[in-house]
Design a protein around this ligand. Sequence first.
Ligand code: AGP
Length: 597
Amino acid sequence: MCGIVGYIGNENGVSKVLEGLSRLEYRGYDSAGISYKENSDLKVVKKEGKLTNLESLVSEIKANAVVGHTRWATHGEVNDINAHPHGNDLFSVVHNGIIENAFELKKELKEQGEVFHSQTDSEVFLVLLTKNFKAEKNIKSAVLKTFSQVTGNSSFVILPRDEDNIYAIKRSAPLVCGKNDSGDQLFASSDPYALIGFVENIFFPGEEILCFLSKENKRVEFFDIEGNPSENYQSDKSRKDLKVETKEGFDHFMLKEIYEQPKLINNIAKIYETEYQELKNIKLEDIETINIIGCGTAWHAGLCMRNMFETELKKKVNVELASEFRYRKPYLTNKDMGLFISQSGETADTIACTELCKELGLKLGSILNVKDSTLNRLCDENMMIHAGQEIGVASTKAFTMQVIVGHFLMRLFQGKNPAKEFEKELEVLKNRVQGILDAPELIKKIANSIHSYKGFIFTGRNKYFPIALEGALKLKEIAYVHAEGYAAGELKHGPIALIDEEMVSICLVGPELYEKTLSNIEEIKARKGKILIVGPEEHDNLEELADWFIPLNFEGFEYFSPIYVNVVMQLLSYYIAREKGTDIDKPRNLAKSVTVE
Ligand code: AGP
């Protein structure tokens, strides 16, 4: 997801905007830029690559009105021209999201003689805005008119040359505004995290609400799409729970977040004991089918819930990839529920599914980490996972908490107290996870032995199949190696052709379906495949079968053993990536929250 920070006030905005953008680096980007006012001219400085490339060019500049952007390329290659802001002599624009009708608009504007310099959709907004302003001679109405002409999920922040104000507006994309108590510092951003320490008041505008950061009036004013004053925004004293995260001695945010898991597992029951005694807006008896929807790791978390939702709630459960669900014209009725899993609450495909389900009258629930997110505002019931800020692009602690809170939701549907119901098993989970984290040497050693193999197949059955998928995703994401997750029973239906001495099979073995899973491993062994088994410590014959063996203690688990196994996967992928020397916290090509399709 792109990062946006805008500032207008009586201090130097360049340093504040750069600081805000640096906090959003973790979201992933490939270029950065700022635009600022110098005397009465608009200047734009933007560079491909890391934020430091930009900082070296602008750190000495002082300006009171500044907009900045970190771009994660959607339309147009990664280069200086396509970086934001897009500016001309009248306006500078930064954009997060996609203008879906950009092609048609650009064609029309070109036929009218307008000139474009970049390959981006965002520049279309700038050209159209400039055209509208020249016709309307009023910035506010030109911004509103332009916004109503573009389609797609987007947020825009605009710095005009001829006014000492900033304009911001969004549709199904993240946008917040902020001000300090005296009002002489005003901000707009794609993430409240960028505003920590700068503001005492945060505002969350509604859909298609224009935010007008008025330097003269020292406040943020809000207008609807017709230009009338609007109260359609939420205000919040600045978020005391948000702090600027540091690595706290760990080499990577990802490792820090892996090691945070025991504490989070320990805390979640207490939080739910006080905060969530019952579901307020959704009753199980009103639901026929539960559609669990998400992307990537969130989808894997959904797969971890399906079995027990069906067996214990006696409901039909679909687990769907958001990007597929939204286009396959699913049969849905208002007796169904959409249960959306998302760490960020801003993933475009997931949000689009939420909006689809809302239109069709479904009940909407979320399992969610970011409180002030679009998903939170769309859903009737939000089950917060309380994982804290997850900076590493590869999701770890959020997955763990999503699966746990999914189990909590099941108990709340049954009118039971999740904290009480899962108290004992959470204690077992916390201690077992802590045990793995306290002794990572074996995992490190195995990572060192296997990191150079040509490919990896993760296999698991039943409750461990989603963990095979998740383990493979982690390895792909941070080590850039080819890895696939497969249901162990599927190997013989094709993938076994991949098995040879250069391929490592990472076989997840639980006490459940033990013999069945073992026969799959024998199939691999018979073809000289290299085998890493993660399985029950009491079955020491596994050691003969495996080239490498990570013994685990499954005693005391009923629901949460997949989370336990997954922590091994997290560490394994982390240490393989270290061997590869990749950028573990900000892997190439990835964004922390994919707010575009
Ligand atoms: C997970 O490691 C990935 N970064 C990615 O698959 C992620 O889970 C997916 O983009 C969904 O993000 P969300 O949970 O914020 O919706």
